[in-house]
Design a protein around this ligand. Structure first.
Ligand code: ADP
Ligand code: MG
Length: 400
């Protein structure tokens, strides 16, 4: 990793911590990790732990509850993955660790990270998500995988049916925790939590955390270590943000075509607020000979998996999505995010633009804004103390 990247993911932002118990270990070698775990970390090319990894891994291995916030793309997944793998008793064939994520795509991605970091360890792990065969889930769970990664609905279903045995689970990791404790998921997460042993250790991760979130966490966390980021430090310097003002919504499509004809863009995600707009854009872009693909929650798991594989390999360069893909998805080649529509939820803005600029890379975010959306952009600027510039006429400097 270059010095510049390291400074962005590591020291470029000053985070706030809630207590002085914090211990910073800036080297994987000094974390007293299992030999075969350390080997996995180095084998995937990680040299130095990022800011959140320097602070977040140790508390997990020590059995502490933790609330860990850090900017998008700064290595939260490896923080809880390494922590979990260290905590795991490899010799015990019981489910010991449960990792929950809001979408199937994210659960599958985390599953892959666990597999690659844990490659040299003797572990069993499984992904339990919606859209898969219940019979196969039951079969998989009968082997008591040591680490289970999944989405809340299917996980709870398996727990409820006594197929997922929770007695030996010692750590619950919730990725995108603010989303998971928000209205849509709260009930399911509560139910899962209730079915776990009372002494369960809890680790919550996200780039965004609101006051409501902290009120909820107070109810079930035990003296957690908190690693937090202030709102005005949440946007990454490496991601340049722009808006293009559109007097009429129907100008948006032409502007989009102009943009894609003028630049060669490695990979991009185009966000819309509804499945309908996603499909509309897909057909219009195809009509205009722009190769593209789309993804949203009404597609089958196989379709969604296929799209994600082709996007990760680079075959799909322009992917149109709803907020299904706003959180967690890590595709390093994504250099451009377009908000064809500005998201209603202010925190989703942070998550969407954070799909580019992964781990210190450069990214560009462009917002297509009508009058109403222009006001939303102004709110975003204020809330996150960030600046979203007008997209310049001379754009030669933007895509390098
Ligand atoms: P977050 O969850 O914080 O948004 P991710 O966990 O998805 O970020 O990580 C973003 C990218 O950074 C991934 O591609 C991951 O492989 C990479 N990464 C994480 N930690 C390191 C590290 N210590 N060294 C190099 N790359 C890393
Ligand atoms: Mg993440």
């Amino acid at each position: 990793m270059s010095e510049q990247m390291q400074s962005q993911t590591d020291t470029g932002v000053s985070n706030e911590t809630s207590n002085d118990e914090e211990q910073v270990i800036d080297n994987f070698d000094n974390m007293k990790l299992k030999e075969n775990l350390l080997r996995g970390i180095y084998s995937i090319g990680y040299e130095k732990p990022s800011y959140i990894q320097q602070r977040g891994i140790i508390p997990i291995t020590k059995g502490r509850d933790i609330i860990a916030q850090s900017q998008s793309g700064t290595g939260k997944t490896a923080t809880f993955t390494i922590g979990s793998l260290q905590l795991l008793d490899e010799t015990k064939d019981e489910t010991q660790i449960l990792i929950i994520a809001p979408t199937r795509e994210l659960a599958l991605q985390i599953y892959d990270v666990v597999a690659s970091i844990g490659e040299y360890m003797d572990i069993t792990h499984a992904c339990i998500i919606g859209g898969t065969s219940i019979r196969e889930n039951i079969e998989t769970l009968s082997k008591k995988p040591q680490i289970i990664i999944g989405t809340p609905g299917r996980l709870y279903d398996m727990i409820y049916k006594n197929r997922l045995y929770t007695k030996y689970i010692k750590l619950l990791v919730v990725d995108e925790a603010d989303e998971m404790l928000s209205k849509g998921f709260e009930e399911q997460i509560k139910n899962i939590f209730k079915s776990l042993p009372p002494e369960i250790q809890v680790a919550l991760f996200s780039a965004t955390m609101s006051d409501d979130f902290f009120m909820l966490t107070d109810n079930f966390m035990r003296n957690p270590i908190k690693i937090l980021v202030k709102n005005d430090e949440l946007t990454l310097e490496g991601i340049s943000q722009y808006y293009i003002y559109m007097e009429r919504d129907y100008y948006k499509f032409d502007a989009l075509c102009d943009l894609y004809s003028s630049f060669s863009i490695s990979q991009s995600i185009l966000y819309c607020n509804s499945k309908r707009t996603v499909e509309f854009l897909q057909s219009k872009l195809t009509e205009n000979n722009f190769s593209n693909a789309y993804i949203h929650g009404d597609m089958t798991l196989d379709q969604r998996k296929d799209i994600m594989i082709r996007f990760r390999t680079g075959e799909i360069r322009m992917l149109i999505s709803t907020d299904l893909l706003c959180r967690g998805i890590d595709v390093q080649q994504v250099s451009l995010v377009i908000n064809y529509e500005v998201p209603y939820r202010i925190e989703n803005y942070i998550h969407r633009i954070g799909r580019s600029g992964r781990f210190g890379r450069k990214g560009v975010a462009i917002n297509f804004a009508n009058d109403r959306e222009f006001k939303m952009i102004k709110d975003i600027e204020r809330y996150y103390s960030t600046s979203v510039e007008e997209f310049p006429k001379d754009v030669s400097t933007i895509f390098k």
